[in-house]
Design a binder for this molecule. Structure first.
Ligand code: NIG
Ligand code: FE
Length: 409
């Protein structure tokens, strides 16, 4: 299902293109190739036609094509799917980061600083910033990126945030319930009514998803449920910022509402994990995904979630950047993969899968995160012989080439 999917033109290449001489091709096509869910093919080739994957197979049997990309024995993977990013904002909070590294805790209070800067910025500045971060992510192999609003928090500022986000992504998320803005501080019920009423009406035409920051100091479970239910009634799919700063009801609320994803999941009880595992379906298509955001733990110096516990329980896990100026100012999926392996007990294969196929499931998409005939030709050629190097060589720019909709970038 693609709730609220806006019809958008896609730029695609014409003619055929053969990516040849691939040492290790990660397809994520389960049951094909070797390497379990990664579906690895060795000495492979991949044909692109009209922006889509048309054929995958051994290099020796590759069909002729109009053009050729020589992978020179390197690894080729699906482009990363970053399913959680807050790119529409102005300003930065470097001083807040420095204070944290000197011992201050992260509370989310800085969100209001960014709200002030965002409201004051013209559209052109917000658009320039989204483009800068989207391009930065693309250079690092991200070919699909979800973009949230949430730093406007007025009807007009949330609507324009999403209008700008929709220029860059098919997966836009209405996060009017990020925090209660200062002008509503003593009447949160009124703010929730406004989010569910005029703000949702103005935002929904530009949004595919609705999200709420369900956390102490942001929105409690009753407010979060009310807002998410209004969004669902308006045709938006559900995602939740849940259990980031402490234990809480967010994960179970997400499961109750059939959320595509619950994000952060830093503080989980056994019951939370059981609830997520119970949603797991064989192909993951309707599971509630646990999206882990290790850039946030890095940048707030917080304990990392235990991904091993989730994976072993059968929960579908995604990795994403949470790119935002407060808690995680990184656009790098390779950095998140390295953190997930070193700090969250994922294997390199699990982390690569979570950053590609897992992200696609978190967005309920079957056209990205996988390289099989019919999927989008979104892929990356590494400067490395195997996907293992993404965690083995942290901090090294390993993305040699990116193809987006079959077009070399
Ligand atoms: O996902 N947790 C809520 N929102 C963002 C942080 C936003 C900020 O600090 O500006 C997050 O971490
Ligand atoms: Fe976030």
């Amino acid at each position: 299902m693609r709730p609220g999917d806006p019809a958008r033109p896609t730029v695609r290449s014409s003619g055929s293109l053969l990516v040849d001489n691939i040492g290790e091709l990660v397809t994520n096509a389960f049951g094909e190739g070797v390497g379990g869910p990664l579906g690895i093919h060795r000495d492979a080739a991949l044909l692109v036609e009209d922006g889509l994957v048309a054929w995958v197979g051994p290099a020796r049997g590759a069909p002729a094509a109009d053009r050729r990309v020589d992978a020179a024995g390197a690894a080729v993977l699906p482009g990363f799917v970053d399913s959680h990013a807050h790119l529409v904002f102005a300003g930065d909070r470097a001083a807040e980061f420095a204070a944290r590294m000197a011992g201050e805790p992260y509370t989310g209070g800085g969100i209001r600083t960014t709200v002030g800067a965002t409201r004051a910025a013209p559209d052109s500045e917000l658009r320039r910033n989204v483009r800068r971060l989207r391009d930065e992510a693309l250079r690092q192999g991200t070919t699909t990126i979800e973009i949230k609003s949430g730093y406007g928090l007025t009807v007009a500022d949330e609507a324009r945030s999403l209008r700008i986000a929709a220029e860059f992504s098919e997966d836009t998320t209405f996060l009017g319930a990020h925090v209660v803005p200062a002008e509503y501080a003593d009447r949160p019920d009124d703010y929730v009514g406004m989010v569910c009423g005029p703000m949702l009406a103005a935002a929904a035409p530009y949004a595919r998803w609705i999200d709420v920051f369900c956390e102490r100091g942001a929105f409690d479970v009753d407010h979060a449920r009310a807002i998410l239910a209004c969004g669902q009634a308006a045709g938006l799919g559900v995602r939740v910022h849940a259990n980031q700063l402490g234990p809480g009801p967010g994960v179970q609320l997400g499961v109750e509402l059939g959320a595509a994803s619950v994000d952060h999941c830093t503080h989980l009880s056994d019951a939370d994990i059981d609830a997520l595992a119970a949603t797991s379906t064989g192909d993951g298509a309707t599971s509630t995904v646990a999206t882990l955001l290790p850039g946030a733990e890095f940048s707030t110096r917080s304990p990392y979630p235990d991904a091993r516990r989730l994976v072993d329980a059968g929960v579908t896990v995604a990795l994403a950047t949470d790119c935002n100026p407060g808690s995680s100012y990184t656009s790098s999926m390779p950095f998140c993969i390295a953190l997930a392996v070193r700090e969250m007990r994922m294997t390199p294969a699990e982390a690569v899968w979570a950053a590609t196929a897992g992200g696609a499931l978190a967005l309920r998409r079957d056209d990205v995160g996988v390289l099989r005939p019919g999927a989008r030709a979104d892929l990356i050629v590494l400067d490395a012989p195997t996907h293992l190097h993404l965690a083995y060589r942290p901090g090294v720019p390993l993305i040699r080439q990116v193809l987006h909709n079959g077009v070399p970038q």
